[in-house]
Design a protein around this ligand. Sequence first.
Ligand code: ATP
Ligand code: MG
Length: 424
Amino acid sequence: MATHIQAVRGMNDYLPTDTSVWQQIEDTLKQVLASYGYREIRIPIVEKTSLFKRAIGEVTDVVEKEMYTFDSRKGESLTLRPEGTSGCVRAGIQHGLLYNQEQRLWYTGPMFRYERPQKGRYRQFHQIGAEVFGLKGPDVDAELIMLTARWWKALGIADFVRLELNSIGSLKARANYREALVAFLEQHKEMLDKDCKRRMYSNPMRVLDSKNPDVQVLLNYIPQLIDHLDDESREHFQGLCSLLDDAGITYTVNQRLVRGLDYYNRTVFEWVTESLGAHATVCGGGRYDGLVEQLGGCATPAVGFAVGMERLILLVQAVNPAFKAMQIIDAYVIASGQDVQSAAMQLAEKLRNEMPEIKLMTNFGGGHFKKQFIRANKWGARAVLVVGEDEVKSGHVVIKDLHSGDQQTLVQTEAVAALRTLLQ
Ligand code: ATP
Ligand code: MG
């Protein structure tokens, strides 16, 4: 026998019971986005490698070791997108969406990173994210955070996530800070690991993000970025904090929060949770005022975030184990007897015409009465409609409520009203 071909490691199948949960959660998220006036943008999964290198930064984990990069048949280097912001900005510039105007966009879809697969970390994973262009005030940053807070509330996980916030200032402020940081790191080189030593000069801010516990000890003593912030960034940050205070959103300022991608400036934030076993980030975002210009557009302020769908869904299900797949069908049409299949299918079509919202399945493959009832139960139907030889002749149908066991025989034209009442 031929061997089975398995899915690629770290890339998941989502089966119908999973997709039912995904769809319910996605619907909630999309409805909230729409309620703030955000519109969807769909961008390709594959982009030129140079886009990610330029946007995310050469000396980041993502670009250095996590990208799926390959040559096209013509020898052009292409990459499966590891995140959505780069592509959004590229599309915005390409289609003139960003020039001198505001945009409030959202996107969703698969992202690809070559990481070690584990719970909540996969090689193909999904994000939903939002990006706002053309607005520089802290009010937009605050609104994005309020939008995410509304999401958590709608999904029943508000008590299980915590907001961390920081400002990493302007490029210039970071350059000043960088000097102080490098000087400090040089003095304590022996406490750094190989990665950090390498990054000390190429991208010292990334050392702050180190997960190595030995390095983290040292990080307790590093110079503080907040002491090097430029006045405008400081004001921007204070503005954001006071808007969040007014909105009743609690946060902690985490001075070491710098995020893993190079394009951020000023505001950075993460929603973290302790409810997924290890400490995990569900949502991360921030301002990236320099990126549009860096990718060839006109200078345009921008801010956004992305949520990891898999982690979000794990969290929703951890907090609320009763969160279930949707009911598959409401009603099941049984065809019992000779030459009644066509009549059963026609009845089902009529019901769908009149009740577009109904989920209705027709029995196929025959089978005796009892067997068809077992199938109706298996698909989770509440009601069964029986079309037998007598019913076809007389234009009737039998409707049975599988919860109460009540059944009635009706002329077929009354079936819609009866079914509506039964399913209420
Ligand atoms: P982490 O620190 O967990 O690696 P990150 O900083 O690399 O996260 P971002 O690039 O900010 O993550 O992506 C935003 C969100 O996407 C994360 O907060 C997380 O929920 C999700 N995410 C990132 N990488 C993965 C992955 N490999 N598998 C599943 N979800 C992921
Ligand atoms: Mg990562």
